[in-house]
Design a protein around this ligand. Structure first.
Ligand SMILES: [Zn+2]
Ligand SMILES: [Zn+2]
Length: 268
């Protein structure tokens, strides 16, 4: 089943936290039976801490994608993952006005100027407060910056959380999730299943609450994308078969990838 699918969220060596070579990704994708790979490298302007520069030159990235695509056994697409914060929206808009991509993924990586990856974000916060604040920012960002195709890892905040329940459960955040879903549906944007989130970390394995998918569908949500968020070729297409089975159980019949910012549907 992995066969015909495109991995819509991956990081090449144009991301500072990845060393994945595009040619290596293309070969690996081919061996897995994937139809293609979208390289969505990081653009996190005004990142707190800023030890690594999470920005790249799209002209260089795209010329490498096109050159690699000439010899690639699978299709390769251009993309970017923009990290939205209230303080960087204008800057991102300006940056993107100079380039065209097949796919723009919008993500929230920082909450109130804090990187949850560092852990302190969760100090003195209940699980509901920590996850809830993340979703609030996401709802604000999706509303304030509608120039994207896929909402990246809506549950990123559970990845590094220290709590027993490592999941955004629909019943705890129904209002804010409905707001986000309605905004995506109205705007023709896709909700992403980011399989990198559901890996064992810090003593627990995060999980996806099926009620999230059921509610998204109930509200009229049809666009779902599958991304491994791979930073190395061995993780491409990870858990795509299981994710497709889960989606089918929730009533979805296809997933999408984007070409020149337009959704392309693949039956699952
Ligand atoms: Zn991300
Ligand atoms: Zn990513």
């Amino acid at each position: 089943m992995v066969k015909k699918l495109v991995d819509t969220h991956t990081h090449s060596s144009f991301s500072p936290d990845s060393r994945m070579k595009m040619a290596e990704a293309a070969l690996r994708a081919h061996s897995l039976g994937l139809a293609g790979v979208t390289f969505t490298d990081h653009l996190d302007l005004k990142a707190p801490g800023d030890n690594l520069k999470f920005a790249f030159d799209p002209a260089e990235q795209q010329s490498e994608i096109y050159a690699t695509a000439e010899k690639s056994p699978v299709r390769l697409f251009t993309g970017i993952e923009i990290g939205l914060q209230p303080c960087n929206l204008e800057e991102i808009k300006d940056f993107l006005s100079h380039f065209k991509f097949d796919t723009v993924i919008a993500s929230v990586h920082f909450v109130d100027g804090v990187d949850p990856y560092e852990g302190e974000y969760y100090d003195h916060k209940s699980e509901k407060a920590a996850y809830g604040r993340y979703l609030e920012i996401m709802a604000e960002m999706v509303d304030a910056y509608p120039y994207f195709d896929i909402l990246g890892h809506y549950d990123y905040i559970v990845r590094y959380a220290p709590y027993n329940v490592r999941s955004i459960q629909y019943h705890n955040f129904s209002d804010i999730l409905d707001t986000i879903f309605r905004s995506l549906i109205t705007g023709g944007k896709a909700l992403e299943i980011n399989t990198n989130t559901y890996r064992y970390r810090n003593g627990a394995t995060p999980f996806l609450d099926l009620n999230i998918l059921l509610r998204y569908r109930e509200l009229g949500g049809e666009l779902i994308s599958l991304g491994s968020d791979a930073h190395s070729a061995d993780r491409l297409g990870e858990e795509f078969d299981a994710s497709c089975e889960m989606l089918k159980r929730c009533g979805f019949r296809y997933v999408v990838n984007f070409e020149e910012r337009k959704p392309v549907f693949t039956t699952i």
